[in-house]
Design a binder for this molecule. Structure first.
Ligand code: FAD
Ligand code: N01
Length: 541
């Protein structure tokens, strides 16, 4: 369907989608397939979302590439060949661009367009969307595919503006790349982005200083070129594998051990942990069914990793400094997956700077100054300091719902949603893979597909039944939000609150666990049942 011509100043669509990552790209495909008019508005000047913005050296996914990909087209999944077990950022970006070209989606995607406002008009029952560029759009459905790790965060460090050399953030990496060769480089942060970046930067930098506040657990990714027999087997069994992923705990095909870590002997437990270390990456968190619920089982796994660190890193003091503290349960800060991460600290040109006790005081014109007066002179600072996660992008748009209610106010004490997709007071607005859904606790492509299909099926239902609005009830939203908290409280996440899952990394944010840890499969059954029951928990009018 063509864009409707009603008012030349306000452009009318059935649906406006904000963001052109995996979520936005699939949404435009689905809306168009249903014959509805749709426009995607994307702030960046290319599609890809995460994979467009995070171009730092070493960026890659930690879910097998054959899993971390769209399932909606069998032709697509059969014809695309992934070159590695875990795809690199350039390859994922090429894949998303291929999807856009293959399904001719670009004509409905408007780049370089940042959405700055969204207001629900209670008379027309339509959303009015405004952009930084001064355009206005009207749509019945507002689909927020704005991403949960899309607002990068540079810490508010005194003196940064005085730094005389270059600085970058991993989440906003220049397209033209960055030359670190022969430079004294400082990396601030040791989360997932840093652990991928550090080994690569170390190869070319004159000297690399890693400013570490909290050591996290980093598994070896065990990445390798795609094995032809694996690819062949996977492609032959895609229907079963995709189905399995959708019903699984985390939305992928990684095999879980359903034994308790307490049921097995010490030798068996050690052997299983060793096997998981060899499988690589997130497989460690599937070692035992109670690894994220039982402190003792978790402690065994954590101690196993600490011993690996001690065996890899030659300098004992550096090794101890890299060991995550006992009170940090493994997996409760997002597990990191890297290649040659700990080995990199054996290089002569790499120094670990512990800024937990001796914090960064400020940035000086020459580099980084610690509280004890030590100054590190640098030619480049790389902030690998993360994101205003889960709610950052939505709060920046701060939609206005019924009676002038603003999303930021509704979420002042933490995000409240029904099913992680909808918010009371904000009819016909859908958030893709947002807070209160499995989102970052899953292979996100699986979760995104589930959401986009649910949302577009809902729109189809509304059109078929002549329904103007769908809105989550307060009761349904309260019950769901409580359930999200309870699910987290049944796990060890309840004891590690100093993470972005809780928003603790963003000054001023309420400390509330935001994603849903109840499992992708359970969640999927729940949202399908809500739809089958005529959208239980919603008011349709
Ligand atoms: P995004 O890809 O974040 O896209 C959102 C888009 O919305 C962005 O392009 C942004 O510019 C745009 N946008 C936001 N606000 C506005 C606005 N106001 N106006 C216009 N446009 C706007 N997940 C996994 O499952 N496995 C992985 O291995 C994995 N690796 C990751 C590695 C990195 C470095 C990061 C940062 C995240 C990773 N993730 C991973 C999570 C990843 O974000 C998701 O897998 C997925 O790419 C999210 O897609 P999305 O479309 O929901 O959001
Ligand atoms: O960000 P993070 P990220 N002074 O928030 C430190 C996904 N992802 O970009 O822990 C000093 O995890 C901070 O220290 P501390 C994945 O979901 C996936 O690395 O707060 N240090 C921490 O070490 C991931 O979880 C992949 O004490 C400061 C680091 O910066 C999410 O994106 C790859 C500081 C931030 O770590 C975010 O990862 C990349 C300060 N003022 C990303 N402020 C895959 O491999 C912050 N820090 C799939």
């Amino acid at each position: 369907m063509q864009e409707k011509q009603q008012d030349s100043a306000v452009r009318q669509f059935d649906a406006i989608v904000v963001g052109a990552g995996f979520g936005g790209v699939y949404a435009v495909y689905k809306f168009r397939q249903m014959g509805m008019s749709v426009r995607v508005l994307e702030a960046g000047d290319g599609v890809g979302g995460t994979w467009y913005h995070n171009r730092y050296p070493g960026a890659r996914c930690d879910i097998e590439s054959l899993d971390y990909s769209f399932s909606f087209s069998n032709e697509l999944q059969q014809e695309w060949n992934w070159s590695e077990r875990y795809a690199s950022q350039p390859e994922i970006l090429a894949y998303i661009n291929h999807v856009v070209d293959r399904f001719d989606l670009a004509k409905d995607i408007q780049l370089n367009t940042r959405v700055t406002g969204a207001t629900f008009n209670e008379e027309s029952n339509r959303w009015l969307i405004t952009t930084e560029q001064g355009e206005t759009f009207s749509a019945k459905y507002a689909v927020m595919a704005t991403g949960v790790l899309s607002v990068h965060q540079v810490p508010n460090m005194k003196g940064l503006e005085t730094f005389e050399k270059q600085w970058f953030h991993t989440g906003d990496w220049p397209k033209e790349g960055v030359d670190v060769s022969g430079k004294r480089v400082g990396v601030i942060g040791t989360g997932s982005s840093a652990t991928q970046l550090i080994p690569i930067v170390a190869q070319d930098a004159q000297h690399l200083y890693v400013f570490q506040r909290t050591p996290n657990y980093t598994m070896p990714a065990q990445n390798h070129p795609m094995k032809p027999d694996v690819e062949k087997e996977w492609k032959a069994t895609y229907p079963e594998r995709r189905k399995f992923a959708r019903q699984s705990g985390f939305g992928h095909n990684q095999v879980s051990n359903h034994q308790s870590g307490k049921e097995v002997s010490n030798e068996e437990r050690r052997a299983e942990l060793e096997r998981r270390w060899d499988l690589g990456g997130l497989y460690m968190m599937r070692a035992f069914k109670d690894i994220l619920t039982d402190p003792e089982v978790n402690h065994e796994a954590a101690e196993f990793v600490r011993n690996k660190i001690r065996s890899i890193v030659k300098d004992p003091e550096t090794a101890e400094a890299l060991c995550p503290p006992g009170e940090l349960y493994i997996g409760t800060k997002r597990l990191c997956s890297g290649t040659q991460y700990y080995e990199t600290f054996n290089r002569d040109n790499v120094s670990l700077v512990n800024v937990r006790k001796n914090a960064i005081d400020r940035i000086t014109p020459k580099g980084v100054l610690l509280q004890d007066g030590t100054e590190y002179e640098l030619d480049m600072i790389i902030f690998a300091t993360g994101f205003d996660a889960m709610t950052g992008a939505m709060n920046r748009i701060n939609p206005v719902g019924r009676n002038g209610r603003r999303l930021k106010d509704e979420w002042a004490a933490g995000p409240r949603t029904y099913l992680g997709m909808t918010v009371n007071g904000f009819p016909n607005m859908f958030i893709i893979a947002g807070p209160g859904s499995p989102s970052v606790f899953s292979n996100m492509v699986t979760s995104i597909e589930q959401h986009v299909e649910w949302v577009t099926d809902c729109a189809k239902y509304m059109e078929a039944h002549n329904i103007a609005t769908i809105e989550a009830s307060v009761e349904a939203q309260d019950t769901w939000t409580e359930h999200v908290t309870e699910a987290a409280n049944r796990t060890l996440y309840a004891y590690s609150k100093d993470t972005w899952f809780y928003g603790s990394n963003t000054p001023g944010k309420p400390v509330v666990f935001m994603p849903y840890v109840g499992g992708v499969g359970n969640y999927y059954q729940r949202i399908l049942k809500v739809a089958q029951d005529g959208y239980e928990g919603y008011t349709l009018s």
